[in-house]
Design a protein around this ligand. Structure first.
Ligand code: COA
Length: 330
């Protein structure tokens, strides 16, 4: 059977830098608290009017095509992982295909919040392994600023906008590519992390606007604990299934929500932080984009054959982990 291997990564971040100092002028917070409690120093925002998540994803996709030497017409599918689609419909995956000139591809959106990219990567790998698709782009992109309440210090300090993308292709090399995957969901977590307005239950009305229902809300402390537990247990399960020990893993690529969550997960599994990819200080939590942006930022340090574990936890709840073997030297 063919293996599904990542053959390239790329990303895009908008220019505007929202610093902790600027947040101090917006809500009752301070730089020291944000750094100590979250690890975040700054995040990027897409400020231009009329621009959405596809406008974050398209430059990343174009860069990916260039880096991998792929002709736009050769791409088969775009799986767009996001909770901030441009519109309710048309879907953002289809818009990305159109805007990036992927004339023979189709696309669709996958909504699993901060776990979107691991869900999407697993889904995309099945098309490659089945032999029905040869080039699949997995996009993790979110314009979190579009669902943020910049008067709520519980949320607005955490999130940023960005996009990360990977190319998945088939390989005959049995040693490379995606390996064991565990994915989980628990809908009872919907009560702790959500955006209620604008869906089919609470379609947009004056009342939903007055009640400020179109922004993200969360019970931060509860989510924190569940995130540590979810990602740690998912990594353990993947190690168990793969018959590997922590020391066999070269890199852990965790979702970037809070540096203390990342450190707790690493601590529970005895992973030294030098093995853990961290970008949170620069970008904050970009939801579906955090993991592919980590891969992009650490790409030059990755070697063919490196063992990686990707792990995420997010709204839903959704969570999981994937072991993969890196496929190329850059
Ligand atoms: C949101 C989060 C950063 C809050 O950190 P925390 O350490 O749990 O902080 P707490 O909510 O316990 O608040 C501690 C104190 O800081 C205050 N505080 C909360 N937010 C603050 C802010 N932005 N600036 C300054 N003070 C703040 C609280 O009011 C509280 O004060 P008190 O002790 O006087 O009551 C943290 O819980 C978190 O990251 N949770 C996970 C969220 C997440 O990842 N969501 C995305 C899904 S993956």
């Amino acid at each position: 059977m063919k293996q599904a291997v990542i053959t390239g990564v790329a990303g895009f971040l908008p220019d505007y830098v929202l610093t902790n100092q600027e947040l101090e002028t917006m809500v009752d917070t301070n730089d020291q608290w944000i750094r100590e409690r979250t690890g975040i120093v700054e995040r990027r925002l897409l400020k231009e009017k009329g621009k959405g998540t596809s406008d974050l994803a398209v430059p990343a996709v174009l860069e990916l095509l260039k880096k991998t030497g792929t002709a736009p017409e050769d791409v088969d599918l775009v799986v767009c992982c996001t909770v901030t689609a441009d519109f309710r419909f048309p879907d953002t995956g289809t818009l990305i295909c159109h805007k990036a000139g992927l004339t023979n591809a189709y696309g669709y959106d996958l909504s699993a919040a901060c776990s979107g990219f691991v869900y999407g990567l697993h889904a995309a790998a099945q098309y490659i392994k089945a032999g029905t698709h040869k080039k699949v782009i997995v996009v993790g992109a979110d314009k979190m600023s579009s669902i943020m309440d910049y008067t709520n210090r519980n949320t607005c300090i955490l999130f940023g906008d960005g996009a990360g993308v990977v190319m998945l292709e088939p390989s005959d090399d049995e040693t490379l590519g995606l390996r064991e995957t565990v994915l989980y969901g628990d809908g009872s977590g919907g009560a702790e992390l959500y955006q209620l307005g604008g869906g089919s239950v609470h379609g947009t009305t004056q009342e939903t606007l007055d009640k400020n229902m179109h922004v993200i809300e969360q019970n931060g402390r509860v989510v924190f604990k569940r995130a540590v537990k979810g990602m740690s247990s998912a990594i353990k399960k993947v190690l168990e299934k793969s018959n590997l020990a922590g020391e066999d893993i070269k890199w852990v690529v965790p979702h970037q929500a809070n540096i203390r969550i990342i450190e707790s997960v690493a601590g529970q599994l005895d992973f030294p932080m030098e093995k853990v990819m961290v970008t949170i200080e620069k970008y904050g939590n970009t939801t579906a984009a955090t993991i592919p942006l980590c891969l992009r930022d650490y790409e030059s340090q990755l070697k063919k054959g490196d063992q990686l574990i990707l792990t995420a936890f997010g709204g839903g709840y959704t969570w999981g982990a994937i072991r993969l073997v890196w496929g190329y030297n850059s």
